[in-house]
Design a protein around this ligand. Sequence first.
Ligand SMILES: C[S@@+](CC[C@H](N)C(=O)[O-])C[C@H]1O[C@@H](n2cnc3c(N)ncnc32)[C@H](O)[C@@H]1O
Length: 238
Amino acid sequence: MAKTPTGKNNSGRGQRDLKVKVKTARGRKISSTRWLERQLNDPYVKRAQVEGYRGRAAFKILELDDKFRFLVPGARIVDLGCAPGGWLQVAVQRVNALGEKSGKKIGTVLGVDIQEVEPVAGSEVHQLDFMEDDADQKVKDWLGGKADVVMSDMAAASSGHKQTDHLRIMALCETAAYFAFDVLEQGGTFVAKVLAGGAEGDLQKILKQKFDKVAHVKPPASRADSSEKFVVATGFRG
Ligand SMILES: C[S@@+](CC[C@H](N)C(=O)[O-])C[C@H]1O[C@@H](n2cnc3c(N)ncnc32)[C@H](O)[C@@H]1O
C-alpha cells in the first residue's frame, strides 16, 4: 500500500466521498461561503492534511518535479514566495537537506517571503519583499554561491481585476527570472508561476534565449478554474 512522505497510508480507500455543503451564515459573504465549501471538498486540501504538508500548493511542485526531476539529492534550491512552506517541505525531502537518505548528497534550501514563515526543518528562511531594490543582493549573500534551481510561486493578493493580477504576477516572475540568470549554475532550472493573460509570451522569448528547453505546464493540482500555470525552463546556458 502506498505510504506518504510522513509514513501515513495514502490509499484513500474506505473513505466515503461525501460532499460538504456550507450554509450561508449571517455576516459571511457568499464568496467566503463558496471558498469554504471549495476548501472542504478539495481532495488536495485533504491530502495535504493527511500527509503533513502546509498547503495544497505542495502537490504542484511534487507533480512538476515528478515530470522534470530537478529536485535531486544535493541540489541547491532557492524558493521565492515560500510561505506557508509547502514547497519548502517538498524541496527539503527531495534534495536530502536533512541527510536522511544515506549515501546520497545533501542539498540546501533557501526560502524568502514578504510574510513571516514558520521555520521548516532543513531550510533557511528569511522575511523579505523580493521587489525591494536590493532584495536580489540580499538573497545572493544568504545563498553564498550558485543555485541549481530557482523556483517562484510568488503571487500578490488578488485585486479582483484579472489584467491587473496578470501584470503583477508577471512582474514578480520576471524579477525572479533575472535573479535566476545571475545565480543559476550552468544546466540549472527555473520554475515560476504565471497567469495566462498575454504578457507571458515576452518572458518566454527571454527564457528561450537562456535555457535549452522552456515548457508551460498546468499540473493536476492546479485548480482547473484558475488561469495559473507554471513555466519550467531547464538547461540554463550560463
Ligand atoms: C501561493 S503563495 C506560495 C505558496 C508556497 N509555494 C507554499 O507551498 O507554501 C504566494 C506567496 O508569494 C508571496 N509574495 C507575494 N509577493 C511577494 C514579494 N514581493 N516578495 C516575496 N514574497 C512575495 C506571498 O506572501 C505568498 O506567501
